[in-house]
Design a protein around this ligand. Structure first.
Ligand SMILES: Cc1cc2nc3c(=O)[nH]c(=O)nc-3n(C[C@H](O)[C@H](O)[C@@H](O)COP(=O)(O)OP(=O)(O)OC[C@H]3O[C@@H](n4cnc5c(N)ncnc54)[C@H](O)[C@@H]3O)c2cc1C
Ligand SMILES: NC(=O)C1=CN([C@@H]2O[C@H](COP(=O)(O)OP(=O)(O)OC[C@H]3O[C@@H](n4cnc5c(N)ncnc54)[C@H](OP(=O)(O)O)[C@@H]3O)[C@@H](O)[C@H]2O)C=CC1
Ligand SMILES: CC(C)=CCC[C@@H](C)[C@H]1CC[C@H]2C3=C(CC[C@]12C)[C@@]1(C)CC[C@H](O)C[C@@H]1CC3
Length: 499
């Protein structure tokens, strides 16, 4: 079985995982439809939260700690979460959209709501989240407790920066709400803010302060299409220049992204919401028979000229979903073949959770040793140096470049000053001859720290506890953990979950 899993993984994926993924999606869509029609989600929310409180109150101190019961294989991250084996698992059965408030411009969501659900509901209403992380299965809880980024992040920041409030069941079983400390509140001492210390320490806390049971996230008006401009670059300098310039245009560009195809070539994409499209320039890239998005973008390198096309908004948001960025080419090598797309493309992609569940020990080990999945966030001014480090250490292309604005808010990320950052994402097989998963990633982690950057923690991290504390500012986190009853005794530390 292992031999087949390693050498003919596509057989298993095509014969079993694709139909299973399809059936799972049908079940979830029908369930969501029924819940919406019966309007049952908001009514059941309070009872479900009480159930979470009860489970937490029943937890007995001593030895083990608490985490969510979501199995490791079901999550969108590289790790399997072995810590879950020995911890008391709290079942957070909260997976519905509770309310869309277009007056206050917020949506209230339960933590297991996925990005796929959010876009299905909001886009037809003419609204969207300011940031929609692109994989359908990413959840609100995971993105808040971890982090979320998208190509609109140069305008809005990370997921944490578009959240208005969190409702949490704390380690002692009490329910609390915390919200942002706004300028008006500081200046006029309006006492509407609730526990801002907790609010600012929740992002990147990986569920170590309490259990999220609902969150209010801002919404912004959306339009049905995105006008995309592709600008090819034929040297590293040109790529970084265009990308940096476009990222600064926070008013002009709604979306900015770049794909680096080698150390010398890349394509910068800028996008804007629009209501209509020019005749002959509409490209419905989400359709099952269309080429994978990163392959389509690569064709833009053949020219020196920039070009424009229009993409339906939902297709744009989930543009990297069908090919799981460029990961699927390793799993189904003929996945982008036109005939395969035409016949089977509608079943793609297999669910990440099912890929994880069926990967087996050998595939997992091979991925650990010969594969890189890392996102490194560095100040934009260090992008050139960062690309050189990636080229020297892993030589893996395409690289995903996504700019984001990082304000100087309290919390785990404490940048020296507010500035534009960039996420450099590497997903695939490294071609650097002396690649060694632990040594190489450790060198990249060191470089990241030297650049005043941060590692995204859904990926494998090899830092020591001290190095981790140097990269992420634990001042507020430690203070909040001390102040919350039973927190230090009942909840693990972030490092113990992510290293
Ligand atoms: C995969 C998936 C998951 C989903 N998950 C959930 C979920 O977990 N919880 C959930 O509540 N919904 C969820 N939805 C959304 C919901 O189930 C419907 O798809 C929603 O879009 C209603 O569309 P409709 O056109 O069938 O309803 P219709 O009955 O035709 O809707 C009529 C009109 O009501 C308005 N409307 C629709 N939704 C809302 C709203 N929320 N607030 C105010 N006005 C509205 C719109 O103007 C719409 O045109 C999900 C959808 C999908 C595809
Ligand atoms: N574009 C992007 O921004 C992308 C982001 N990611 C990353 O993927 C991860 C999200 O994946 P997803 O599968 O949704 O999340 P996970 O289930 O992996 O959850 C991530 C962390 O959040 C904690 N958590 C989740 N829900 C709750 C809750 N209700 N209460 C308390 N803690 C909670 C989990 O705790 P526990 O360990 O106890 O289960 C876990 O430590 C994030 O880390 C994100 O940064 C990945 C790809 C793209
Ligand atoms: C855009 C950002 C910030 C991150 C994107 C990260 C994703 C490309 C990865 C997140 C989890 C990864 C997993 C895999 C591929 C790459 C991700 C989707 C696998 C599906 C690869 C095959 C393995 O057998 C299972 C992996 C699970 C996690």
């Amino acid at each position: 079985i292992e031999h087949v899993l390693v050498h003919y993984r596509w057989v298993i994926v095509c014969l079993f995982l694709l139909p299973a993924s399809f059936l799972f999606d049908i079940y979830m869509t029908l369930r969501a439809w029924l819940i919406f029609k019966l309007n049952s989600a908001p009514q059941q929310h309070d009872a479900r939260v009480k159930n979470v409180q009860e489970q937490v109150r029943n937890f007995k101190l001593g030895g083990s700690k608490m985490c969510t019961s979501r199995p490791g294989w079901a999550t969108v991250s590289i790790r399997l979460g072995k810590y879950k084996k020995n911890m008391k698992k709290i079942n957070i059965n909260l997976m519905d959209i509770l309310e869309v408030d277009t007056e206050r411009k917020v949506v209230r969501l339960e933590p297991l709501v996925t990005m796929g659900q959010v876009t299905s509901l909001l886009l037809p209403l003419g609204w969207t989240l300011p940031i929609v992380p692109e994989l359908d299965d990413l959840t609100v809880g995971g993105l808040i407790m971890g982090t979320g980024i998208e190509t609109s992040s140069h305008k809005y920041g990370l997921m944490q920066h578009v959240c208005e409030s969190y409702e949490l069941v704390l380690p002692d079983g009490s329910l609390t709400k915390c919200s942002k400390c706004t300028f008006a509140i500081i200046v006029f001492s309006i006492s509407r803010t609730e526990n801002p210390d907790l609010f600012y320490s929740v992002p990147w806390s990986y569920g170590t302060l309490g259990f999220l049971v609902a969150a209010e996230i801002r919404i912004v008006p959306s339009k049905p299409f995105v006008r995309i401009k592709y600008q090819p670059a034929h040297s590293a300098g040109e790529l970084v220049d265009i990308f940096t310039k476009e990222s600064k245009k926070t008013k002009e560009n709604d979306f900015v992204e770049a794909l680096a195809y080698s150390d010398e070539e890349g394509v910068v994409m800028t996008g804007n919401f629009c209501d209509i499209y020019e005749a002959g320039k509409l490209n419905r890239i989400g359709r099952w028979y269309k080429p994978w998005f990163f392959k389509h973008v690569e064709t833009k390198l053949k020219s020196n000229e920039s070009s424009v096309e229009y993409i339906p908004l939902r297709d744009y948001y989930h543009r990297h979903t069908r090919s799981i960025f460029w990961e699927l080419q390793d799993i189904i090598p003929f996945g982008n073949n036109p005939l395969f797309r035409l016949l089977v493309g509608w079943l793609m992609p297999p669910k990440i959770s099912l890929l994880k569940l069926t990967q087996g020990e050998t595939v997992k080990r091979l991925y650990e040793e010969h594969h890189v999945v890392q996102d490194i966030m560095v100040p934009m001014k260090n992008l050139t140096k960062c690309l050189q480090v990636f080229d020297q250490e892993i030589k893996l292309y395409p690289l995903w470049l996504c700019p984001f604005y990082l304000p100087k808010d309290p919390g785990m990320l404490a940048p020296p000053s507010e500035e534009m950052y960039v996420d450099v994402g590497a997903y695939g097989e490294p071609r650097a001859p002396d690649f060694n998963n632990v040594k190489t990633i450790r060198r990249i982690e060191k470089a990241t720290k030297d650049f005043n950057g941060y590692q995204m923690l859904y990926a494998d991290s090899y830092m020591t506890r001290e190095e981790f504390r140097e990269m992420f500012d634990h001042t507020l986190y430690d203070k909040v953990r001390k102040s919350l009853p039973m927190c230090e005794e009942a909840m693990p530390e972030i490092y113990d979950k992510v290293h």
